[in-house]
Design a protein around this ligand. Structure first.
Ligand code: MG
Length: 182
């Protein structure tokens, strides 16, 4: 091994990233502060007692927030809260797809492309099963990758704790990014 190689740490052409987010749920305005429920950029119709939505400065899309943070984290970039502070009026009610687009743009500028995304949404109601294909397709569109590179799982919290009591929704996401052309 040459001296220069010894001094250059190996940088693999891929990285993993993890993202997590949670939003409190409340009844829709004007009864509460909840916004319409949007997951992965797809509006979920109210069902059961699901006349609740996320309390948020932006549109409260917990899944897009988790994926955006996973992408930014993988690339070693500032997180979503740093890039889009919830104290900035410019982000009031903002479409979280724009946060994801900004992350993708920053990754591309650093020479990264998205290999795959795997995410879990934890929500008591409504069930996301009927919406999974639409969410997957929309995420693939936003990320400019094939639907087969995106996977979404829906779970409940078994009635336990705040999420289980329908007081919050949360999402976890992992992503793999790779060097363009690698
Ligand atoms: Mg959030």
């Amino acid at each position: 091994m040459s001296q220069s190689a010894q001094n250059s740490p190996y940088e693999p052409p891929f990285r993993v990233g993890h993202g997590y987010d949670l939003h409190r749920l409340d009844r829709y305005a004007p009864l509460g502060r909840g916004r319409p429920m949007v997951l992965g950029g797809v509006r979920l119709a109210a069902g059961g007692n699901a006349e609740v939505g996320p309390v948020a400065h932006s549109d409260g899309d917990v899944l897009l927030h988790a994926i955006t943070d996973a992408l930014l984290g993988a690339a070693g970039l500032p997180d979503i809260g740093q890039l889009f502070p919830d104290t900035d009026p410019a982000h009031e009610g903002r479409d979280s797809g724009e946060f994801l687009m900004e992350a993708i743009t920053r990754l591309a500028a650093d020479g990264w492309s998205v290999a795959n995304v795997d995410a879990t949404v934890i929500l008591e109601r409504p069930k996301i099963g009927p919406h999974k294909d639409a969410i997957r397709a929309n995420l693939a569109r936003l990320l400019a990758i094939a639907p087969g590179q995106v996977n979404i799982k829906g779970k409940t919290h078994e009635g336990v704790d705040a999420v289980g009591q329908g007081l919050a929704v949360e999402a976890h996401a992992v992503v793999l990014i790779s060097r363009v052309g690698a």
